[in-house]
Design a protein. Structure first.
Length: 320
């Protein structure tokens, strides 16, 4: 070699055996003439990345939690000898189901949602569509998971973990077209408790974002019994009549798992008959306990926060 060396600044580094092994293999794979050329190229033309592994660690933690949920199902299979289809089917994908398990879930109760060109006869239980839209947008923007009913059951029985759960319920069956439009707009889920004896065509309620459950078949008549808030028939009708009504409603709706007591009226006998009819959960109302139900709480007295036409957005948000 003639002339002066172009590069006169020496760089000295120390490597462990493992690091030297990695360097040697990278030099070979690069096709460069020697280590000096390879190191110069890496220093001058490549980039150094500061990799944040927090997201990967969180992903692994969530996988671990999912594994625990699966193990719970596995243990139940070994103990009972049965594989329950709902355990497998209803654990749904979501973007917030496994970070921190909430200890309670808020359940909202609406009745009718009306648009500006529609009349709502009982205005007190009616909600303007624009106000309902604002509330649903808030849930979407703040990453709340609106539960399907099976997910509600799995959450309350401590079989799945959910960070920000909320259940949206709607009673009676009137003016739900507006409900479904808003739910589909924000890709949220709701459950309607319908009085099956008053409706013949359920196609208007068909939506991937909406499911139907029972509000009895024909026991939503005020004053039938002398007790309760409004004297719903479930309080005093004969056991035979109550079970016939509940079973008819379940048959029409193809075995829903949940029931809402008409007029929020229930007693110990009513709860036992609801269980006997095959329902896994039943709902009360009027905002008892702020509409919140704890994990492992009473599945047949699930509290709901009733939303009236006069319920302000700030009060609604306070239930969360």
């Amino acid at each position: 070699m003639s002339g002066k060396r172009e590069r006169t600044n020496e760089l000295k580094i120390f490597l462990s055996d493992d690091e030297k092994y990695v360097l040697d293999n990278k030099v070979k794979a690069s096709g460069m003439r020697n280590k000096s050329e390879y190191i110069r190229h890496m220093i001058l033309y490549n980039y150094t990345y500061d990799v944040n592994y927090d997201e990967l660690r969180e992903y692994n933690r969530q996988l671990s939690i999912i594994g625990k949920n699966i193990n719970m199902i596995r243990e139940r299979i070994f103990k009972t000898g049965n594989i329950y289809q709902n355990d497998v089917k209803e654990i749904k994908e979501s973007n917030n189901t496994t970070k921190i398990n909430a200890s309670k879930v808020t359940t909202f109760l609406y009745h009718r949602v009306y648009d500006t060109n529609e009349k709502c006869t009982d205005i007190y239980i009616c909600k303007k569509k624009s106000a309902f839209d604002t509330e649903m947008k808030y849930l979407k923007d703040n990453n709340y998971l609106t539960l399907k009913m099976e997910e509600m059951y799995l959450f309350l029985t401590n079989k799945i973990q959910i960070e920000k759960p909320v259940l949206l319920t709607f009673d009676d069956g009137y003016l739900w077209k507006n409900v479904i439009e808003v739910l589909e707009k924000y890709d949220l889920y709701g459950s309607g408790f319908i009085i099956t004896g008053r409706f013949n065509d359920y196609s208007v309620y068909e939506s991937e974002n909406f499911e139907l459950h029972s509000h009895t078949n024909n026991m939503h008549t005020a004053g039938y019994c002398k007790s309760g808030l409004q004297g719903g028939g479930i309080l005093c009708k004969s056991e035979k009549d109550v079970l016939e009504d509940l079973n008819k409603s379940r048959d029409i709706l193809k075995n829903p798992i949940a029931l809402s007591y008409p007029f929020y009226d229930y007693n110990d006998r009513a709860i036992q008959l609801v269980k006997k009819a095959g329902f896994k959960m039943s709902f009360i109302g009027l905002g008892g306990k702020g509409g919140k139900t704890s994990v492992n709480g009473d599945l047949y007295k699930i509290s709901r926060a009733t939303i009236w036409d006069t319920t302000s957005f700030s009060k609604w948000k306070g239930y969360l």
